[in-house]
Design a binder for this molecule. Structure first.
Ligand code: 5GP
Ligand code: ZN
Length: 158
């Protein structure tokens, strides 16, 4: 009974903070205000298991500072995040039997499927014949059109 009350209080607290006050759920995890299953932590980076995994071992890697998307992140912190992705992915390949590969997935903005507006990378372990599907229908292109588009992008590189 006491445990159930504590659990209910905790859920209501999280609901209030995240839904009512609209606070970032990953910032709350960084601050330890919401629990997570931690895999790795250093000064700049945190990695923990995804609560709704696409496959067993599905991990997230986030910068501790709040940035909405990849484009908002300073290079130095992005470097730490990518080093952690490599570290956690390598450990996952060894730790989980049958894992033969992994996908790294990162979405920016709602239109791309980003739900939590705190930049994060998914590490999704892959098994032979698993039913996960990240495929898209392959389109067609004209060389002239590609060249034209490449020039436009190159003109916007900073
Ligand atoms: P997105 O769709 O934004 O790329 O991914 C957000 C991910 O965060 C989802 O895979 C979701 O399961 C995970 N997630 C959302 N809230 C929590 C949480 O409170 N704890 C953990 N560990 N993962 C969460
Ligand atoms: Zn945040």
């Amino acid at each position: 009974m006491l445990l159930a009350n504590v659990f209910l209080f905790r859920i209501s607290y999280i609901f209030f903070k995240v839904i009512v006050l609209d606070e970032c759920i990953f910032c709350k995890i960084v601050k330890g205000e919401i629990p997570c299953t931690k895999l790795y932590e250093d000064e700049q980076v945190l990695s923990f298991l995804d609560i709704m995994p696409a496959s067993k071992g599905h991990a997230l890697v986030i910068p501790k500072n709040h940035y909405a998307t990849l484009l908002d992140m300073p290079h130095e912190e992005l470097k730490s995040v990518t080093e952690t992705i490599q570290k956690v992915a390598a450990a996952t390949m060894v730790a989980l039997p049958g894992v033969e590969g992994f996908n790294v997935l990162q979405s920016n903005n709602e239109v791309a499927g980003q739900v939590v507006p705190h930049v994060h990378f998914h590490i999704i372990p892959r098994h032979k014949d698993d039913k996960l599907n990240f495929a898209w229908e392959q389109g067609k292109s004209e060389m002239a059109e590609l060249k034209k588009y490449a020039e436009i992008v190159k003109g916007n590189l900073k």
